[in-house]
Design a binder for this molecule. Structure first.
Ligand code: IPD
Ligand code: CA
Ligand code: CA
Length: 272
């Protein structure tokens, strides 16, 4: 990708994420309207999710008519995968809807640009704090004006690992037991309820690893680039690079990757 195009896409993504964040903040102040998605009683959606989705799509389609957009609230039940030859924006207009719907302040807007099997731009905007995590291929990962770098923790015993719970009961059981393993074998464990923020926090060096057993493409399309550009490693459960087709993500500081993969594999084998 040409450097000028990359700069253009990055600037647009940052502006759009901030604009969507302003809209979500406005909805939060005005009162949150929560509905349950027909597919699952645990899956919530609010007017803020939908309004942010509409805004982001409109901006991207206006600016980049030759690009494709895959977004959570604009997608079919089974999300399409990006066509590798078409630059594709993979968008979660509001990641952390359960937090948002219950008044918890931890949620984000996530935009990732994928083309030819890899991410080029990743932006995660933590709305309430006004923090913009961003990365562009070859240009590093940043939190606003501060360059990010993973923490060089060398052993799981010293690591803070995080995961989140998905909607499927089976995956929830698996994730719950995995969380227990993180607590028992690591320094401690965390769950923030926004996969995009979990990945951003690995990039920032605040977490040493983030694992999710049931992702959709938009949950990690941006965060994966943040972790990579901060010096970390992102794969699926078997150690092959994570792509939007994978439901399982393992993102670490790199030094811990083999150990975390071994722990996840051991866990999945034991559970089956
Ligand atoms: C959810 C969050 C959560 C993850 C779930 C996602 P949403 O996204 O990222 O951390 O575990 O799988 O569905 O529904 O709040 O956009
Ligand atoms: Ca999400
Ligand atoms: Ca969402």
């Amino acid at each position: 990708m040409k450097a000028a195009s990359l700069s253009l896409y990055l600037t647009a993504a940052r502006d759009i994420a901030r604009e969507a964040g302003d809209l979500i903040r406005h909805h939060r102040a005005a009162g949150v309207d929560v509905r349950v998605k027909p597919a699952d009683v645990r899956e919530l959606v609010t007017t803020a999710d939908e309004a942010a989705d509409t805004l982001i799509r409109a901006r991207l389609e206006e600016l980049f008519p030759g690009h494709a957009v895959i977004s959570e609230e604009g997608a079919e039940a089974d999300p399409p995968l990006p066509d590798p030859e078409t630059p594709t924006w993979i968008v979660d207009p509001l990641d952390g809807t359960s937090n948002f719907a219950h008044g918890l302040p931890t949620f984000s807007v996530s935009l990732g640009l994928w083309w030819r099997h890899r991410p080029w731009v990743g932006v995660v905007y933590e709305v309430v704090r006004g923090w913009l995590f961003w990365a562009a291929a070859g240009r590093g990962a940043w939190l606003d004006g501060r360059r990010l770098s993973v923490r060089r923790t060398e052993t799981i015993a010293h690591a803070i690992l995080a995961t989140d719970w998905t909607h499927s009961p089976e995956r929830r059981r698996l994730a719950t037991r995995l969380f227990a393993r993180f607590v028992l074998s690591g320094h401690t464990a965390r769950s923030f309820g926004s996969a995009a923020l979990g990945l951003s926090y690995v990039a920032a060096g605040w977490l040493d690893g983030y694992v999710n057993l049931g992702l959709s493409p938009w949950d990690a399309a941006a965060g994966t680039l943040l972790v990579q550009e901060a010096g970390g490693t992102v794969t699926t459960w078997d150690g092959t690079p994570w792509t939007p087709a994978h439901e399982v993500i393992v993102a670490t500081n790199g030094s811990l990757h083999a150990d975390v993969i071994a722990l996840v594999q051991d866990h999945l084998e034991e559970a089956t």
